[in-house]
Design a protein around this ligand. Structure first.
Ligand SMILES: Cc1cc2nc3c(=O)[nH]c(=O)nc-3n(C[C@H](O)[C@H](O)[C@H](O)COP(=O)(O)OP(=O)(O)OC[C@H]3O[C@@H](n4cnc5c(N)ncnc54)[C@H](O)[C@@H]3O)c2cc1C
Length: 472
């Protein structure tokens, strides 16, 4: 096994990250990335800390330590351990950082766990995924996944409408060359690896887009084009934006060479879809997303309560009703998570959380979160702007006024200002707006994910039959 290179050292390679019209030279110290990279490094440090290591890591069969996102769950205890590991990292970021690699690692782990099932119809896959899984796990590689085509013309399914999509342009004995684009790859600028697949089913006439690749971020000819940065270098005024801005990027491939061992699926619509809906990969990755959502909703409940309490607004019935709605959101998602684990079933020897509960939680999340932000606005009201522009104002000549007029029911003016700044970062900052969009869309277009749940609901016929039975 090769020795793992430390994360920060790995960032100093030839990756082409573009922001504000310039190539980023030193990503570790760049204002758009340094806060987030520092956060990731601090989370990675927890893996080595004696007190937290056991919450995040497990001992592999080979006797090495690996992050629990790579564990193949065989028992309820395994699933619980995975949940605790996801939650521990998520809690350190108020549930705001969602692409800390556990999602893409879960896809890889699921495919690896299920490799025997796929090997019979696709010889060679098993060896490739085993090699990749072991490499990512043992080197503790960070990764992200991107499954979508750039938004050019969603209703044009002709050849013209498919221009610009990622495809193989040529191949030789060593590998393939890739050109085209993928969107959105959150965290791409500062991870190690990109897992690229097709989120939607491809038809026979779309064979050239039905691939699964694993591409190193520093691959020659790959350009990572970032949106504008929402990171502000001021942790007190922007407690979330300064530390947790997960960059979203478009990936542009210009004749990128990829060796065959990293081409997991080659122009094969059936196999590409089989991996996309692979039971282990889907459920293990959804499990992580729901744990992370719980962590975020817990932060919302805490912020909502404090906003109301420190303004004396909990005296009003409708405010209590709204705070209860936030609690109901949280407890609903938590209950679905627990139910999914409780009803987990073995599939090819892997204990997988029950799909109905996870899908329900994920779909509810797309509606819960925007509503949660609306409630925070309704509770905070104008108070969300009753803050000085910077916390530094508390050291200015007018500080005595601020200490008097900005205080809350029981909190000091400075404490309440900090609270409001946290709430505003979640609701009103560019990062907050991005998060509302994220929760609506991160797992696909909710219109289609709801429709998919309707189609796949296996109890429908039983319920209908029972209704007719009662009618008799
Ligand atoms: C902040 C953020 C970060 C994200 N990060 C990632 C990531 O790291 N990796 C990843 O894989 N994904 C990520 N996603 C999700 C992904 O990129 C898409 O945003 C998501 O799947 C929705 O697709 P779209 O944005 O292309 O919308 P579109 O599919 O273009 O939809 C636009 C509108 O048209 C409608 N529409 C389009 N086509 C159809 C159709 N065929 N039938 C019915 N209605 C249709 C939709 O309902 C919607 O109203 C992220 C999303 C966001 C917002």
């Amino acid at each position: 096994m090769s020795q793992a290179i430390p994360y920060i050292q790995r960032l100093h390679d030839d990756r082409n990250v573009w922001i504000n019209g310039k190539k980023v030279n030193n990503i570790e110290h760049h204002p758009a990335f340094k806060g987030t990279i520092r956060t990731i490094q601090s989370l990675l440090n927890l893996q080595k800390n004696e007190e937290t290591k056991s919450l995040l890591m497990y001992r592999t069969e080979e006797g090495t330590d690996a992050h629990l996102s790579f564990l193949i769950p065989r028992t309820h205890e395994d699933l619980q351990k995975k949940r605790i590991a996801y939650q521990y990292w998520a809690d350190q970021t108020f549930g705001v950082m969602s692409r800390l690699s556990e999602y893409s690692r879960s896809l890889i782990t699921g495919w690896y766990a299920n490799r025997a099932e796929h090997e019979s119809s696709h010889p060679g896959f098993s060896e490739k995924i085993a090699h990749y899984y072991q490499q990512s796990r043992d080197l503790d590689l960070l990764s992200t996944a991107a499954g979508h085509d750039p938004q050019r013309n969603r209703s044009n399914i002709t050849k013209k409408g498919k221009e610009g999509l990622l495809r193989i342009t040529r191949r030789n004995r060593e590998g393939v060359f890739l050109s085209g684009a993928k969107m959105i790859a959150t965290a791409a600028p500062y991870v190690d690896e990109l897992l690229l697949f097709s989120f939607h089913k491809r038809s026979e006439s779309e064979r050239e887009f039905a691939n699964v690749f694993v591409v190193p971020v520093h691959a020659k000819g790959l350009h990572i084009v970032c949106r504008e940065s929402f990171a502000y270098d001021h942790p007190v005024d922007y407690p979330l934006s300064s530390r947790f801005d997960e960059m979203d990027a478009v990936l542009i491939f210009d004749e990128v060479f990829l060796p065959w061992e990293r081409v997991l699926v080659y122009e094969d619509p059936e196999f590409s879809w089989k991996l996309r809906i692979d039971r282990a990969a889907s459920l293990l990755s959804q499990h992580q997303t729901v744990v992370r959502l719980v962590s975020k909703l817990e932060s919302v409940v805490a912020i909502g309560n404090e906003l109301a309490e420190t303004a004396g607004a909990t005296a009003f019935l409708h405010v209590k009703e709204k705070l209860a709605e936030l609690i109901i959101q949280l407890e609903t998602i938590k209950a679905l998570l627990i139910a999914s684990e409780h009803h987990a079933q073995l599939y090819n020897g892997v204990l997988l959380p029950a799909p109905n509960f996870l899908t329900t939680a994920r779909n509810l999340g797309t509606r819960f979160y925007p509503r949660a932000l609306e409630i925070l606005q309704q509770i905070g009201a104008g108070g969300l702007l009753q803050v000085p522009s910077s916390i530094e104002e508390f050291d200015s000549p007018i500080r005595s006024f601020l200490h008097e007029y900005y205080k809350g029911t029981y909190s000091s003016a400075k404490e309440r200002t900090k609270l409001i700044k946290l709430a505003w970062d979640l609701i009103g900052s560019p990062l907050g707006a991005r998060h509302e969009l994220y929760e609506r869309f991160y797992s696909g277009d909710p219109v289609r994910t709801y429709a998919a749940q309707y189609h796949s609901y296996q109890h429908k016929q039983r319920l209908i039959d029972f209704a007719y039975e009662v009618l008799k």
